[in-house]
Design a protein. Structure first.
Length: 419
């Protein structure tokens, strides 16, 4: 570190800088080309490199910025240079220097180095900030505040390296960043993090961002709980890009396997069977369900997944076939993706609040929705248990003799907070 401040860091095998008198002459009267070449010597006297940090030619200042022998005091000046390429060169160099800092270094020198780093992290040009983010993404000896700042940068090219790799970001901080509305490449970068906790995986799934969920499914180190996978399953039928990475996930539960088998293509179905150890009865059940899909023309083309749930729901709705019986059969067959779409059409609601109700763990809210859709209490109980996964203590069972246990006004009241 001290050599960085004082200069004179010539690497073995490199040409030596010219003598002091020659260097002084070039600094005072040399051409831009000569001064640029001189500024590239890492064993040049520090006073010349400091002098060149204010040179009128940007090419000279770029040479100084990239020179490992440039004293830190000159780098402080260059950190606010008006020429963007100069600051980019400096950002790349300081990225190489920062990992070498140790606790034994002089505190004042470390503060100066971090000051340069912070100036560059605050740069108005995304290209400069992106270089800093890339260089410090794996480091633990940089300010936590700087890491959090870069992680929330509006430019994805800046935020992505930090979001995907920085060990300084906690699970709670990642969840907060997702909740703040991060999207696109930045959200997908979080989904690619190694060892991602289920709390973060669930937050990614809640965004319904297709690319981010795809990245999450492809991330073999990401923890995805049964509940989170259930949320993916509900929407996956309409997103073919998720089918293969779902099939390729390890340690799938039997219920997840049964659900996936209801909508993937015939080719992926065979892959699903071959990757998982299933008992003969379960495998027979799966193969029967595929034959039924073929007979129903859901798998007319064996290389394509069946039609999305919203398309099938709309067709059934137009024919007046979205009945209690139809929904009971869909649930029995594991076609759970059809249920939210059917309820949305029958109740005349948007799909987003439908999904919120089904994930609310409120048997009363779910029952209010099913009643609004014109379906009976038996269907409400089945949807609570099999689709919404409502806990037993929160279930609303049918009244004795059938019918809803609560009157219409009370069911509407529990539904109102979602619509």
């Amino acid at each position: 570190m001290l050599s960085w401040v004082l200069g004179k860091k010539r690497k073995a095998g490199k040409r030596k800088a010219p003598g002091y008198d020659t260097a002084k002459r070039i600094a005072e009267t040399g051409s831009d080309k000569e001064r640029t070449e001189l500024a590239g010597f890492d064993d040049l006297e520090p006073e010349f490199l400091y002098y060149f940090a204010k040179d009128g030619a940007a090419a000279v200042r770029r040479a100084v910025a990239s020179n490992d022998g440039t004293p830190l005091q000159a780098d402080v000046i260059l950190a606010e240079d008006p020429d963007t390429p100069v600051r980019e060169e400096l950002a790349q160099k300081i990225g190489r220097i920062i990992p070498t800092l140790t606790e034994q270094e002089n505190e004042r020198l470390t503060e100066m180095a971090m000051a340069v780093l912070q100036i560059l992290a605050d740069d108005t040009e995304a290209s400069v900030r992106a270089i800093i983010a890339e260089e410090i993404k794996l480091l633990t000896n940089v300010p936590k505040a700087m890491v959090k700042q870069l992680a929330r940068d509006a430019e994805a090219i800046v935020a992505m390296p930090i979001l995907e790799y920085s060990p300084l970001l906690t699970t709670n901080e990642l969840a907060q960043i997702i909740a703040s509305g991060v999207q696109g490449g930045a959200l997908a970068a979080i989904a690619r993090r190694k060892g991602l906790a289920d709390e973060v995986s669930a937050a990614i799934v809640d965004t319904e961002d297709e690319d981010a969920v795809t990245a999450l499914l492809e991330n073999e180190t990401a923890a995805i709980s049964e509940k989170t996978f259930g949320a993916i399953n509900t929407a996956a039928e309409a997103v073919p890009a998720w089918h293969r990475p779902m099939v390729e996930r390890a340690n799938l539960s039997e219920s997840t396997i049964l659900r996936i088998a209801t909508f993937v293509s015939a080719g992926l179905f065979e892959r699903l069977i071959s990757r998982n150890s299933l008992d003969s009865d379960t495998e027979s059940e799966l193969r029967l369900s595929v034959r039924q899909r073929i007979e129903a023309q859901d798998l007319a083309d064996p290389d394509k997944p069946r039609q999305p749930a919203d398309t099938r729901a709309q067709k059934l709705h137009k024919k007046g076939q979205l009945t209690d019986k139809t929904l009971h059969k869909a649930i029995t067959d594991g076609d759970l993706a059809l249920i939210p779409q059917a309820l949305a059409l029958l109740a005349g609601m948007e799909i987003k609040p439908i999904k919120a109700i089904l994930s609310s763990d409120s048997g009363k809210a779910v029952s209010g929705l099913v009643r609004k859709a014109g379906l009976d209490a038996e269907t409400a109980v089945l949807i609570q248990r099999r689709v919404a996964k409502v806990q037993a203590k929160n279930m609303l069972h049918a009244a004795n003799g059938g019918g809803y246990a609560l009157d219409d006004d009370e069911l509407d009241w529990h539904l109102a907070s979602f619509v």
